[in-house]
Design a protein around this ligand. Sequence first.
Ligand code: FES
Length: 496
Amino acid sequence: MEAIWKLGSRGVAEHPHLTEEIEVDVAIIGAGITGLTAALALAEAGQRVMVLEAATVGGGVTGGSTGNLYAMLASGQAPLRRKWGDEVAASVVRARTEAVDHIEATIERLGIECQFKRQPAYRLSTEDRQHARHDLNEELDALISAGLDAEMIEDAGLPFDSWGIRIAYQAQFNPLHYVEGLAGRLQSEGVVIVQHCPVREVDPDSGIVRTDEASVAAKHIVQATHTPKGINLVQAGMLVTREYAVSAKLRSGEYPEGIFWVLDPFHSLRSYRHGDQRYLMVIGEKHPLGHHQIEAYRNLREYLETHFDVESFAFQWSAQQYSSPDGLPYIGRMHGHDNLYMATGFAADGLIWGTLAGRIIADQILERDNPWHAHFGARRITPGKSALQYVKENVTVTKHMVKDYLGIEKLDTFDDIEPGQGRVATVDGEKLAIHRTETGELKTLSAVCPHMKCIVHWNPSESTWDCPCHGSRFDTDGEVIEGPAYHPLAPPEERQ
Ligand code: FES
């Protein structure tokens, strides 16, 4: 499943695989927007930086994002204000505004072609009920109180009735082209970026990052991996979800210009241009990881067909989100290790949080003040705000473990597993993840997630094995795609 951002992508020059021991000042794991923003700030300050990427530059959640850049939170400014108060809610908007400005300035300074454009954002309802009016009035008040230029409008200009809030001066770009531009600049500065190079171990005590073939000694290790690798307390409270996107060409009608969040139910709309071609995209159908909805893409296609004159569909893709218990990300130095950094809990707002995170982490390493660190620090503890969510999520994980371990079907034969299908089953006492490829080949792996031993689920939309507990995902050969697991799903015979 490829995202639309691949159109016109030049990729990033491959560096030969590491085969030796290397020493750098900073090892960054992950070449998305967080890792590369940090890498640029550090390299420009004279640090010796190396970036290790399991897939390709921007090939994770950055390249699966919406390309929308905005100062408020997609989940709403009013809930944030209710939870944290006026001061923090306004700080979030100021910090995120500064990050959008930073992206714009970086694009201009480095000459990155990524279609950056200032656009308004809309938060819209399609129903005129009293509770919708009340909610949007509360949201408008929160946006204005946080310093945003927002107003109520009665018609958003979409081809269906929609009214709500218009927020001026947000932005859109192609996120993949942006990070490829950052990577190109880093490589020209001598920074080594190694792609297709999963990290298998991080040892902060000795300052070593191990890959399959090499070890990198670093004074600082940055986990720019969306969620920290390995086992970390922060994972216990995270809600892990996936959201889907579909793009289409229209036969007639206008392509809407801006960021459109239609709230009932939530769908995000935007358009994109590549050469002479224009595309409309819709994002939505979010669900907790492991609860797969095979119909997600179909529902999004139907949504577009209901509201627009669709000629054809072009791309579809999905991305993962980690939402923190208190609604704010965890960024910076981790508990217990002064040389280890993380950035997680970005929810649906990762391009801007990632940019902020890259700058906060770089400033921490360089021992420079950063005004935003105090609000989003990875070491902050907010038991009052977090406790309920922690309890809720841990109950969810426990339920998954009990239900999945007890509820696995027993299988005597693989014959009824159809091409393209995946099933988890107990075979001769082993819990196996079984997949039959479209060409009929049978692939069997242990169904036990190597992170903390939950049982993986088959994701029919993307043909992957996904772990509902903390978001690890594996391809049909068992290799880690994303998430906290370091190691692939084991072959059956090696499971014990
Ligand atoms: Fe934690 Fe699978 S991701 S147990």
